[in-house]
Structures are given as structure tokens and as C-alpha cells.
Write a protein that binds this ligand. Sequence first.
Ligand SMILES: Nc1ncnc2c1ncn2[C@@H]1O[C@H](COP(=O)(O)OP(=O)(O)OP(=O)(O)O)[C@@H](O)[C@H]1O
Ligand SMILES: [Mg+2]
Length: 273
Amino acid sequence: MELVHSGKVRELYADGGDLIMVASDRVSVYDVVLPTPIPGKGRVLTQLSLWWFGQLDGVPNHVISGTDVPAEWEGRAIRCRRLTMLPVECIARGYLAGLGLASYAETGTISGVRLPPGLGEGSRLPEPVFTPTTKAAAGHDEPMTYDQVADVVGGSVAAELRRATLEVYRRGAELAAARGIVIADTKLEFGLLPDGTLMLADEVLTPDSSRFWLAGQWQPGRPQRSLDKQYLRDWSAGLDWDRRPPGPAIPADVVAATQARYQELYARVTGRE
Ligand SMILES: Nc1ncnc2c1ncn2[C@@H]1O[C@H](COP(=O)(O)OP(=O)(O)OP(=O)(O)O)[C@@H](O)[C@H]1O
Ligand SMILES: [Mg+2]
């Protein structure tokens, strides 16, 4: 099979007209791939994405099969439709954290969306908001206003992206809430079929692409305990590292703690081990 893309976490192979998307155990922090893998992570991301795609019926997605993949990648690969990806990271936020919090603290807005005053770290927003960014080929993603998205993809596709992103967030957050999990925010990617049909692609509502908190421990005004990549960001923030490559090796106890969080999140959300 022809390797058509190697990203920070995934490899894409062409198989006839299909793509095989293979999730590795690599992990990136601040867009830098760290030298130490998290064993089993690719499998968790893949199985959780497949589970969510199955829950989100009515939202067209790129999955063809989670099992019809080469045996060597079984469990961590998805056969999917090859799409023309849209150059927008579609972020939905229901709570304030991360870069959204930093932007709000500075300007009162995120990606041009004005939020009410008085919110703090971990605050629940009055309603979920669409806060897109660029999908930079190199370097960091930059916030985009809705009008900038419309300039890039056209007004009708922009409206559809916002609607679909908020719908996936709302449905995901509702399902997770029933299992004691808060989804604070998530990043989605969409692409187009040759006939222009918009499809949800990439990974969905995983601990690499989203913030997950335990609902029982949620308390605005402070950092939340996270069942996602935030644990590694926090660990790396305590190091003398300028966030440029090469990234630091991850010690064994931090690898194990990261694995445990990803597995706990998977088990809680899906009800499976
Ligand atoms: N159905 C699809 N068709 C084409 N490309 C897809 C599809 N689903 C996901 N992708 C692309 O596959 C890649 C997944 O790899 P990965 O997540 O490792 O990349 P990344 O490091 O996030 O981003 P980059 O593209 O900058 O390497 C992303 O570029 C994503 O846009
Ligand atoms: Mg990615």
C-alpha cells in the first residue's frame, strides 16, 4: 500500500480508492512528537473513535470499516473514504480551558466569539460555541473567526461546519454526561467527497482531540483533573523545555499514568474494558 501521509500520530495509506488510517502509539505535546510512545494508545484512539462514529448516526462520516484492514494493524486502523480535507480545525467548547481560556482572559473572545464577563478556568459557557482555528501545515494553529472560515470554504460550507461541529459536541457531551464525564471541548476535522458532500473525518471525541473531566470532581476556578492529554502537557510544563523539538523522553511512571487515563476514559465512556 502506498503511504500518502505521515502525521504526528497517524499514517494514511491508499488502498485502491480507500484510505487506511493507522493510529500509532506516538504522542505530541504542543505539536512536538515526544520520543517515547504510549503503548496501546493507537488502539484506544481507534476503538473510541469507531464507537463514537457508531453513536453519531445521522452525521455522515468517513468510516468504511473498522475490521477490514491489514492484519498487522488490526485494532488500530480504520478503512475510510478518501476526502479532500477542509483546512479548518473545527473546535467546539462548552467549558473554558486551554488556549480558549487564554484568549478569553486576554480579549474576552475566542475566535471572534464574545463571551460574558466573569468566567474563569473550567467555567461552563452559557452555551457551546464554535471556535475554529487554522490547520497549519507547520507550526501552531491560529484562531479563525467565523467570517474567515467562510472566506476559505464558502458561506454554506462554513454554516454546515458550525452546525455539525456543535451537533457532534452536544450529542457527545450529553452521552458522556450520562456516564459521569464532562467533555469540556473537542476538535473535529471534516472533508468533502468529490460530489461536495461534507463528512466527519479523522478521529472523534478522543483524549488526543478533546478535554474530558470527571463530572463529580468538576469545580470551576481551578485546573480540572483530566482523563486526556492534559496530564502530559502539565507534566511537560514542569520541565526545562522550550516546547521545540526534540521533545523530552517520558519517564515510565508518566507513561503508565497516561495509559491509565486513556484506558479509564475509554472504559467509562463506552462501558467496555
Ligand atoms: N478521510 C480522510 N481523508 C483524507 N485525509 C484524512 C481523512 N481523515 C483524516 N485525514 C487526515 O489524516 C491526518 C491524520 O494524521 P495526524 O492526526 O497524525 O496528523 P496531524 O499531525 O494532526 O496533522 P498533520 O496533517 O499536520 O500531520 C490529518 O492530516 C487529517 O487531516
Ligand atoms: Mg491530527
